[in-house]
Design a protein around this ligand. Structure first.
Ligand code: MLT
Ligand code: MN
Ligand code: ZN
Length: 298
């Protein structure tokens, strides 16, 4: 086996259903008529025994409970070797607080994302004598689990919502939002849960990949406004949408990628309904809609 990935959470921040949301999808999920989805996280392994978790969601406790390969193997022995963060957003870091029980693992992120954690004293609950914080420079591979290397690369994005100032640049390129290239032997897989735009560089990087997990936050850019749920577009949130001429379905069209899987779906996204025509359209374009517990092996 070269590479194994398991979606711990397929939803964006808030999850499906989101605690305060009465939108169509959230109501259906509460009624058990469509599958609920927890918040954004992916577990990866090169040997099936040692695992890294990409992003620590607020739902991590339930996600780990639902994932037998990540259960303790002894009194305090865990298959979890490391956690890697792709940005400082709450849906990707709040779960670190759940991992505070003096359990050793490595915490990988860029220096900017580590600085965000360091500026928030609550994260010192992860005792530095037990949890080793490792800085990964952009574009330099680091081993995150035995036989599995991660290379972080900048993708267009923005600073976390709670750090936004008066002016917000929504397609900054730097250390605040990264994609991950995962390598195990000859296999390359990519994890990019937040991305404002598919740049030419990113397109070239992904061309020929066996597997890509990509930002599926919204179906259309003004989806939240149209549903009467807020004033923000996907663009303003630093996410490219699936549909439309600027969308990811169009942007990936014609690229040679073995498997394309959407993750980080917002609860308003119609593709979360198994019978939605939008879902059929994404699937007809070669995309799989990620779901909690979905496993992919390459
Ligand atoms: C996002 O992906 O845009 C953020 O997770 C939003 C948030 O922090 O709620
Ligand atoms: Mn998010
Ligand atoms: Zn909702």
């Amino acid at each position: 086996m070269a590479f194994r990935a398991r979606i711990l959470g397929a939803a964006a921040g808030g999850g499906l259903p989101q605690w305060n949301c009465g939108c169509r999808n959230c109501v259906l999920a509460r009624e058990g008529r469509i599958p609920a989805q927890t918040q954004s996280s992916l577990a990866v392994s090169a040997n099936g025994t040692d695992w890294a978790i990409l992003n620590a969601s607020p739902d991590i406790r339930a996600q780990l409970a639902a994932t037998p390969p990540l259960h303790p193997t002894g009194l305090r022995e865990m298959p979890l070797r490391s956690v890697l963060l792709t940005n400082g957003d709450i849906d990707h870091v709040a779960g670190l607080l759940t991992l505070r029980e003096m359990q050793p693992f490595e915490l990988h992120a860029t220096s900017e994302i580590h600085a965000v954690l360091a500026a928030n004293p609550i994260f010192s609950a992860l005792n530095p004598e037990v949890v080793t914080r490792r800085t990964i420079a952009l574009d330099s591979p680091a081993e995150i689990a035995p036989g599995l290397t991660a290379t972080l690369f900048a993708v267009p994005g923005k600073v976390p919502l709670y750090m936004e100032g008066a002016e917000v640049e929504t397609d900054l390129m730097g250390e605040q939002t990264v994609g991950v290239e995962l390598r195990s032997g000859e296999t390359a897989a990519y994890y990019i849960p937040g991305c404002a735009r598919l740049t030419d560089d990113l397109r070239a990087r992904l061309e020929g990949a066996a597997l890509v997990f990509f930002d599926g936050t919204l179906w259309r850019d003004d989806e939240m406004i149209r549903e009467g749920l807020g004033h923000k577009t996907g663009r303003r949130m630093g996410h490219m949408s699936m549909s439309g001429p600027d969308g990811s379905i169009a942007a990936f069209d014609g690229m040679a990628i073995g498997r394309k899987i959407y993750v980080h779906m917002n609860n308003t996204n119609p593709v979360l309904r198994p019978d939605a025509p939008e879902r059929a359209e994404a699937e007809a374009a070669g995309w799989t809609i990620g779901e909690d517990g979905m496993e992919v092996t390459t």
